[in-house]
Structures are given as structure tokens and as C-alpha cells.
Design a protein around this ligand. Structure first.
Ligand code: HEC
Ligand code: HEC
Length: 414
């Protein structure tokens, strides 16, 4: 028998019921309010565990070549705990200062030229008073120009000094192009130039167009055929993925990638970090770099798609969505004005106030309805239109991201 029976009177039981109901509502509200914070801490914990698992795998499988702390080993494997791999620019601040001073210089020079032209205009000579004003203004501009020139000199000197402290890193392979430049052509200035234009980051050096996560994962999956020739003290980078005959599952590869990406210090890398790297990445053996495989299509498993969006934190962009909708997939061709298909304008309102009130869509969110309409148009055909008009293959033609973009665009169509 339930506890409520101890409360004798009917009124008492009603009151207890109300109290419990109110309590439940408060609890539900509290959970809802905290959901965002909970999700964030869940994501953090999840990432944290992935990094931990990656650390264990790294210690047992990778440290033999890449070093326990990821600094690499001479002629055996490149450092991964490595500012160059993460694209950190040791003289970024100085380079930015030079660029900004140069921009100011251009402006100051233009202003000066204009005043000189006015001063020396023979057809329409300025009054004596104006002449004095112009001369004073030019003197002021010249002082500012000199200030900018000094700023540039200082930044360049600092840049050269910083690069000077990286000599040992250059010996360990940072900046391999250096060897290919004639001695007579090596000046402190072109050191800077070559470093940043061709070798500023590892990804630029190897010509990888994707991001670092893709680079690491792809390297782990496929290995680097021919790398043993380039790194003669070791046996080269093998293919680790089970899909390529190696020992690791995809989730283990992701754990390792999370561990490696966690070396990143963002803007806080230092000269010491550059000096700690024992071996920098070398130019690759021919043909050893596979291109990143295209992302898989979204498919037509509606709940699976929604779950992946959440798990992979895929967020749609309405701006890209509109472009995809208008141009790439030609949705607008049919959905304009509502003559041959439901009008794009009002999609959100129509779905939320009409479609979702239909019994078969009980429990659907607007997103779920839209994903289903786009990837499985045959499942429900809007009245007054015949089935089979809306192409059924969009699920295999678009990626998760593209689909999310399009859906987020349709959500703006009130
Ligand atoms: C037998 C030595 C060896 C082992 C073990 C090894 N690697 Fe490598 N790894 C290399 C070499 C050599 C390269 C450079 C390949 C190249 O440049 O073509 C490399 C390259 C890489 C790169 C790309 C770095 C860059 O700058 O291009 C990553 C990331 C990487 N390895 C991760 C790992 C992980 C994670 C493991 C453990 C599962 C591992 N490696 C195990 C030798 C090894
Ligand atoms: C060849 C014409 C055609 C093209 C191209 C087309 N559709 Fe459709 N679409 C239709 C028709 C007809 C319907 C209504 C019949 C149905 O439900 O299948 C429809 C229905 C829909 C619905 C449901 C609308 C509602 O009010 O319930 C959505 C959402 C939708 N389409 C999105 C898209 C998107 C996104 C694209 C592009 C990726 C696209 N359509 C391309 C013809 C088209």
C-alpha cells in the first residue's frame, strides 16, 4: 500500500498530490535549466576520457618512435608535441606589427602627397596663411612617418632576434628549405620570407588543404608509404587502421587524434617548445600523402542523422543552407511560389502548425520532419501533390553538414 494512505482525509491527499506535482514541475524545470551546463560538462568529460584512452595507446604503440613526450626522435619520427605542427608562428606578433605599420605608412604618404600637390599648385596657389598651415601639417605627417618607420625597424630586428634563438630547432629540421638556398642569398630577411611563405606550418609544408584533425586521422589510417626511406633510423609510419590491415579500430584512432590535438597550446607556445622538439617533419616521400576521403553522405536514417548531429556537434548554417538550397541542389526550382511544390516561404510555420498536428507525426520535432521530408520524401506526401515528384536521392547526395545547413535555412522560413 502506498504511503499516501497514511494521509487520512481526501483533502489531505489532494493537497499531497498537488505538492508532489508542483515538486515534480520544479524538478523538471531545474533539469531543463541545467541541461545546457550538463551537456557541456558531459562533452568535457567525454573528451577527457577520449584523451586519456589516447594517452594509453600512445604510450604503448607510438612513443617508441615519437618519444614519450611526443618530441620525436632523430631520423626516426617527427615531433607531434610541436608548435610547427600546430601552425604556431613564433614571430606572428612582429609580422602583424610590420603589416599594420606599412598600412599606416601608405595612408600617411598619400596625405602628404595631397598637401604637397596643393602647396605647389601653380594655377591655383594657396594663400600665404594656407601655405603656412600646409607646411605645418606636412611637418607633422613627416614626424608620424618616421615613427612608423622606426616601428617597422624595431619589429624586423625583433623578428630576426627571435629566429636567431631558433637555431637549434633549424638544426633539428625546422625549416628544411634553408638548405636549398644559396649561401650568398641567405639574409635575415629572406629567412623570414621563406619560413613564412613556404614553411610556416607543417600543413603548408606538405600541402595539406584540410585541417589538422583530418591530417592526423588520415596519417594514422593510411600510414606513410615510403617514410622509412626518409627516416632511416626507424621503420617508417605504418597504416594503423583495421580498414588498412592495421590493429586499431576507428574509435581508437579518434582517441589518439584527441590525445595529439591536446598538445596544442594555442597562442602560448614558446621558444623552449620549439627547442624541445628533437626532430621536425621532413618533406614527404613521393606519393605518401593520401588526400582526405570525402565525408560520407547523410543517408536516409532520420534518427541516425539527428543522433550524429548531436554527437558530432554539427550545427547548421542558414547562410550556407540558402546557397545549397538555391544553387547547388536546385530546391528553389520546384519550391518557388508553391506552384509545383510547397512554397519555401512559410515552411517552418506550415510544418509546426499544420504537419506536426497530424497523428503520424506525434512526437516529431520540426527538424525531424524536415530531415525526413528531404531524405525520404516518399514516406509522407503533402496533399494535393503527387508522390515521386520530389527527388528521393538527396540523402546520398549531401553530407550531414549540408543537410544540417539546409534544415537550419528552412527553420528561418516563417
Ligand atoms: C616505427 C616508428 C613509428 C611508430 C611506431 C609510429 N610512427 Fe608516426 N610517424 C613515423 C614517421 C617516420 C613519420 C613521418 C612520416 C612522413 O613524414 O612521411 C610519422 C608521422 C606521424 C604523424 C604525422 C606527423 C607529421 O608531421 O607529418 C602522426 C600524426 C603520427 N605519426 C602519429 C603516430 C601515432 C599516433 C602512432 C601510434 C599509433 C605512431 N605515429 C607510431 C614513425 C612512427
Ligand atoms: C522536382 C521538384 C522538387 C525538387 C527539386 C525538390 N523538391 Fe521538395 N518537394 C517537392 C514536392 C512536389 C513536394 C510535395 C510532395 C511531397 O511531400 O513529396 C516536396 C516537399 C518538400 C518538403 C515538405 C514540405 C512541406 O510543406 O511539408 C520539404 C521540406 C522539401 N520538399 C525540401 C526540399 C529540399 C531541401 C530540396 C532540395 C535539396 C527539394 N525539396 C527539392 C518537389 C521538389
Amino acid at each position: 500500500m502506498g504511503r499516501l494512505l497514511f494521509i487520512k482525509s481526501i483533502e489531505g491527499r489532494i493537497l499531497a498530490g498537488i505538492t508532489m506535482f508542483v515538486g515534480m514541475m520544479i524538478l523538471v524545470g531545474w533539469v531543463a535549466i541545467n541541461e545546457e551546463a550538463r551537456m557541456q560538462s558531459f562533452v568535457r568529460q567525454h573528451t577527457g576520457r577520449s584523451i586519456e584512452r589516447g594517452a594509453e595507446l600512445f604510450a604503448s604503440l607510438c612513443s617508441e618512435c615519437h618519444g614519450e613526450e611526443g618530441y620525436g626522435a632523430d631520423n626516426r619520427a617527427p615531433g607531434l608535441n610541436n608548435p610547427h605542427l600546430f601552425g604556431f608562428d613564433p614571430v606572428g606578433l612582429q609580422t602583424a606589427a610590420v603589416t599594420s605599420a606599412n598600412r599606416t605608412l601608405v595612408r600617411l604618404n598619400k596625405e602628404t602627397e595631397k598637401l604637397v600637390a596643393e602647396l605647389t599648385n601653380a594655377e591655383n596657389p594657396p594663400s600665404a596663411e594656407r601655405q603656412n598651415e600646409i607646411i605645418a601639417a606636412i611637418a607633422e605627417l613627416e614626424a608620424q612617418i618616421e615613427e612608423q618607420q622606426l616601428a617597422i625597424e624595431a619589429a624586423v630586428a625583433e623578428r630576426i632576434a627571435i629566429l636567431g634563438t631558433l637555431d637549434k630547432a633549424v638544426d633539428n629540421g625546422l625549416f628544411p628549405q634553408w638548405e636549398t638556398i644559396e649561401d650568398s642569398d641567405r639574409t635575415a630577411d629572406n629567412e623570414v620570407e621563406v619560413f613564412f611563405n613556404t614553411n610556416g606550418t607543417r600543413l603548408a609544408q606538405v600541402g595539406w588543404a584540410g585541417d589538422l584533425h583530418g591530417y592526423v586521422v588520415t596519417t594514422l589510417i593510411h600510414g606513410r608509404p615510403g617514410s622509412a626511406r626518409v627516416y632511416p633510423s626507424g621503420t617508417g609510419m605504418a597504416a594503423w587502421s583495421q580498414t588498412a590491415g592495421g590493429p586499431l579500430r576507428q574509435d581508437q584512432i579518434e582517441d589518439l587524434a584527441a590525445y595529439i590535438l591536446n598538445y596544442d597550446k594555442g597562442a602560448n607556445w614558446t621558444t623552449e617548445d620549439f627547442l624541445a622538439v628533437a626532430q621536425y617533419g621532413k618533406p614527404l616521400a613521393d606519393g605518401s600523402l593520401p588526400t582526405e576521403p570525402p565525408p560520407p553522405p547523410a543517408g536516409d536514417n532520420v534518427l541516425g542523422i539527428l543522433a550524429r548531429w548531436q554527437a558530432d556537434e554539427i550545427v547548421g548554417s542558414p547562410v550556407s543552407g540558402e546557397l545549397l538550397y538555391d544553387a547547388e541542389f536546385g530546391c528553389t526550382d520546384c519550391h518557388r511560389n508553391g506552384s509545383s511544390a510547397p512554397d519555401t516561404v512559410g515552411t517552418f510555420t506550415r510544418v509546426s502548425t499544420e504537419r506536426l498536428t497530424l497523428p503520424q507525426f506525434a512526437g516529431y520535432s520540426v527538424e525531424q520532419y524536415l530531415v525526413e521530408s528531404i531524405t525520404r520524401p516518399g514516406d509522407y506526401v503533402v496533399d494535393t501533390y503527387s508522390s515521386g515528384l520530389m527527388p528521393a536521392n538527396f540523402g546520398v547526395r549531401m553530407t550531414d553538414q549540408q543537410l544540417a545547413d539546409i534544415v537550419s535555412y528552412l527553420l528561418t522560413q516563417e
